[in-house]
Design a protein around this ligand. Structure first.
Ligand code: AMP
Length: 462
């Protein structure tokens, strides 16, 4: 199957072909015709499936062609926003808008992205100039709405991307305010990795007789990824990581730590070993995060150290190595982390440095993925088998910190929480459900415990 056989215009097919993609992914095969039809869509797909092009391509087609499919060539002067794409994080917003630009380069459409943490004035200027497709995070979009610097009254297509994450991050009220500012007659597309009751409720209120499609998670069997556990003493993790990077000559290594402090410390330690590393997490400025990410993507930075929330939605083609420096305390996060390697059929490697404190977490992960991961002791780093476990620090801040950062702050662009906290911060008993999980992993919708998200979305002010 080709992109042109899906009914996309020549201008769009040409742009896709230039990116090197010849065959639509399963989500694209299903979503593109459904969106071209003009109806609403409920799509179950996570990052890595090709979902971005799945909605970007058909909306570009719809906005750039007339009812007969002919290209619209005239450029009207007044350009109202015709498509609005909401995403949970700045990084994802930037990536989505980049896709819109790439795939829309042979159309007359223009786009812009707005998110918090950066100056609002350049965004106001952009919006004034006229924009066909706006990609935004909910908090900053509301700022613009309050300042009346954005006009959403002509929106024809609304896309909620990673809707489950937006809900997990407490954006439901913001989303509802945005919905209230849109014209009632429009096309709505909702993309979500999971279908919780909250998502179903949102979909019920938003979508009109939607086409429903669901594709398997890209790494549902986690087969393309070689996974390994390196048992190690807690104070030997850093020398072990430096050893692995140097001995194997690893480049482009994405390393996950549980805490922001842990990320900073590791960057410093690797620096002393002569290994170039930068951290991205909620306490870093947006410009520092953008710089780190782009250097890493361009292969100029050897190691990127990230916390789970900062890494959300980051899409790096063919990332060869993911290292769990600390295991995540929410098992679903493990799948989400390692899903960043081995994309689109490329082989990837995910190694986890596991000390005695993390054995229970490892058990929970193995239970979730229904696999026992191979253990490989690295000579020179044999763990002390008599070591006793200690409680681990789960993250840097207090309750709700995982989602912290507020509207213009860091974190994952979540609004500041006042009533949250939920179950995310406490160590769990082995096998206990992961409350507050926002990993977006392989949860099967309803069965996933959502206590923190539910807690947060109720009764909280802005
Ligand atoms: P997404 O799920 O939108 O985050 O996309 C995941 C990755 O798949 C991105 O790096 C895309 O560039 C890539 N991609 C999108 N469409 C295709 C395709 N048809 N064939 C191969 N890779 C693709």
């Amino acid at each position: 199957m080709s992109f042109s056989s899906l009914g996309l215009s020549d201008a769009i097919v040409r742009a896709v072909t230039e990116t090197g993609y010849t065959t639509p992914t399963p989500i694209q095969q299903q979503a593109i015709p459904a969106v071209l039809n003009g109806g609403d869509l409920l799509a179950g797909a996570q990052t890595g499936t090709g979902k971005t092009a799945g909605f970007t391509l058909p909306i570009l087609h719809r906005l750039s062609t007339d009812a007969n499919g002919a290209a619209i060539t005239s450029n009207t002067t007044a350009r109202p926003i015709r498509a609005l794409i909401l995403t949970p994080t700045r990084e994802l917003a930037a990536q989505v808008e980049e896709s819109v630009r790439t795939y829309g380069k042979y159309t007359k459409l223009n786009s812009t992205v707005i998110f918090g943490g950066v100056g609002i004035n350049p965004q106001i200027k952009q919006l004034k100039h006229g924009v066909d497709i706006l990609v935004a995070t909910p908090g900053r979009l509301l700022d613009h709405m309050e300042q009346r610097t954005v006009n959403l009254s002509k929106v024809e297509i609304l896309i909620l991307d990673e809707a489950d994450r937006m809900l997990d991050m407490g954006f439901i009220r913001d989303i509802k305010k945005v919905l209230a500012a849109l014209p009632p007659k429009r096309q709505n597309l909702l993309f979500s990795a999971t279908f919780s009751d909250e998502i179903k409720a949102l979909a019920d209120g938003l979508l009109n007789k939607p086409a429903t499609i669901e594709v398997a998670r890209r790494n549902s069997t986690v087969e393309v990824i070689a996974q390994k556990i390196h048992p190690v003493d807690r104070d030997k993790k850093h020398p072990m990581l430096a050893h692995l990077i140097k001995a194997n000559d690893w480049h482009q290594v994405l390393v996950f730590t549980r805490t922001k402090h842990g990320a900073n410390k590791l960057v410093e330690q690797l620096g002393h070993d002569g290994i170039g590393a930068m951290a991205i997490h909620g306490n870093k400025s947006q410009s520092a995060r953008t710089k780190a990410l782009s250097e890493f993507k361009d292969n100029k930075l050897q190691v990127l150290v990230a916390t789970d929330i900062a890494a959300r939605g980051i899409d790096i083609d063919q990332l060869p190595h993911v290292v769990n420096y600390d295991l995540p305390n929410i098992p679903e996060d493990y799948v989400h982390r390692i899903g960043r390697t081995g994309r689109a059929g490329a082989t990837g490697e995910a190694v986890s440095l596991v000390c005695v404190d993390e054995h229970e977490m490892l058990k929970d992960i193995e239970k979730l993925i229904k696999q026992t991961l191979p253990r490989e002791v690295i000579p020179g780093f044999e763990p002390d088998l008599n070591a006793r476990p200690q409680p681990v620090q789960l993250r840097s801040g207090g309750p709700g910190h995982r989602n912290g950062g507020g509207r213009n702050g860091g974190g994952g662009q979540a609004r500041a929480k006042t009533g949250g906290g939920g179950g995310g911060n406490k160590p769990r008993a082995p096998g206990a459900p992961a409350g507050g999980g926002n990993g977006g992993g392989p949860r099967s919708g309803n069965s996933a415990p959502r206590s923190a998200a539910q807690h947060r979305s109720g009764g909280r002010g802005r």
